[in-house]
Design a protein around this ligand. Sequence first.
Ligand code: ADP
Ligand code: MG
Length: 731
Amino acid sequence: MGIRQELLFKIKSVDLEKVELPKKVSSYFGENTFSTETMQKYISGDTFNAFKRWMAEGATISLEQANEIANAMKEWAIAKGATYYTHWFQPMTGLTAEKHDSFVSIVGPGKVIEKFSGSKLIQGEPDASSFPSGGIRATFEARGYTAWDPSSPAFIIESKLGKTLCIPTIFISYHGEALDKKLPLLRSDEALSKAAIGLLQLFGHKDVKKVFSTCGPEQEYFLIDKNYYNLRQDLVMAGRTLVGAPSPKGQQLEDQYFGTIKERVINFMFDVAEEAYKLGIPVMTRHNEVAPHQYEFAPIFEESNIAADHNLLLMELMKKVALRHDLVCLLHEKPFAGINGSGKHLNWSLSDDKGNNLLDPGSTPEGNLQFLAILVAVLRAVYLHADLLRASIALAGNEHRLGANEAPPAIISVFLGDQLTKILNMLEKGVKTNVSKQDVMDLGIARLPRFNKDMTDRNRTSPFAFTGQKFEFRAVGSSQNISTPITIVNAIIAESLDFVADKIKKEVSAGKDFNTAVLQVVAQLIKETKDIRFEGNNYSEEWVKEAKKRALPNVAATYEALESLAKDKNIKLFEKYKVFSKEEIVARYHIWIHLYNLTLEIEANTLNEMVNASIVPAGLEYEELLSENLLRLTELKKIAGLKIEQAALTDLKEHLSDVISKIYYVRHNTKEMAKLLLKAKKVGDEERAELYFKELKPLMEHIRKHVDALEQVVSDEHWDLPKYREMLFVK
Ligand code: ADP
Ligand code: MG
């Protein structure tokens, strides 16, 4: 028996202790977070008020107050059993990073006390000189500093033998440049707030102090048995299968989506949810997704900065908890070829400090008018900056997913649904067409549509869809840190909100009455941005053709998508809104191109090893079996006169030649791949990325085709790589 087959007998769910009466979630939600409420219990009223002012208005607190909070945080964490603390941050590559320090300080020979000061809370120095900085930090001053982000609560991570206090931080250079993904997000929220307040003031909301984006990321993932995972070098090294023939049953029966969740998986889900609740992560929905062994977790939406931290934490939790259940959680965008990949629908909206959702149409004519002004600002932002949205989701993993038949294409368009489309068409033409009387509100000078609250129209193929009272950016990759896509969405919409506000002001100062001015700006923008709207099937060939006619960008390659980051128009936008300096954005462009190359090199080297150390040897063993067999039969026929039909011998010979040639093609193409990798070493990152996209990827696909053909003929006993049908269907 081969290793793979032996495994089949060992696969089973882990034994779990039965929980008689699960705890009420409300009794422990957020118990491992240093929430504002918890903080209040530990510090003086004055300091607490100063902290709250800081959060609401940006007036920073004093060092003494920071000391008081740090001390409170330490007391709380130690009381809960924490012995270490870490500044937890989001480097420009990977998900999160942390450097741990003990609370212990030496106070005399052989004597220690637990200490944690305000200055350590506010700023840490991980000296993380090996994080890529894209040249921002010269190596001689290779220090990166972490600084406390007080808007995201500190939390405690538990492991079996201890607990660690984690403090969300930004990561900056000595000169204050952002070396992470959190600081740009915070900056973009500030830009968005300013712009949105400017527009709201025109609509008479003089008392709004803060506007922020809200996010609810729907996290898709796969779960497979750990034993199979460990036998697949490609999953271990690259997070996706580089070879693997499709199983006879894939997702064609559509019997998985929203199906009954298997017990082993539901146990995992309960476990993740419990851990998440302790950390104050409001996971809400869980269900099966379309592909076999594919699932989703969706949270209740939160302020973007918190939502991003929570999504990162959730991803880490999912990976950690899966192992406890002898499962592995795959977050890659395309772990298996031929079936659906995983995305992360990023639900995005705008909220003011009074809790009003600014993308909620509202029930009064004035409310509707304001909604329309914001809506056209979003349309304009997407229309003008589709290239940036595409860049924000450009990574090697997502490249496999975008444009594949089950995922949004790389063309960014907006879906609004029937009702809104009708209304916009009407506003554009200034006449009412096909709208019944109750759909129209009379504003005296102009007619304004009445919105049906329940706009449940859905288009699952749209990359940027309006879904009722929020937009859903559906092209985001499952493995991504959502901070960057949110940052870009915030920045481009801030710019558009300013644009709309300016236009309205101009019309008003030219003597127009306010409502007429708004309607005119709205109508003009509806017209100008029309090409970005698409209500049909985004997965279809016709759309690709139509989009080309409309001159919408359709960028398949990651390297090309990333180039937009460093375009003049975009650098100007980022600088104007203080989201990225030129240096910061150019650094990101370089880092992400480099990351793409590294990812492809890891994949190619893994494939190379798999072919040489596992696939070809399996093929050769099988080849030997066949040739031995053929030899013996031929001999027996000759010597012993065994009756064997010539056709049977010919068939065996053909089978053997077929196996020999398959092995040859696999080896031949793998050698070509090795040559290509050597050639790539001689060129710079940008050229290399292009070479990888245009030549390496097709070559890897080619190798895969031959390997998969081989997999389908080599005997199960010799083929050690777990097959799709096992990874995806064994329960
Ligand atoms: P869908 O619209 O995709 O059918 P839901 O209404 O259940 O599904 O919402 C999906 C996700 O959108 C959830 O994570 C939810 O919290 C989030 N969401 C809902 N409203 C908002 C909002 N105003 N801002 C951001 N995210 C939101
Ligand atoms: Mg959704």
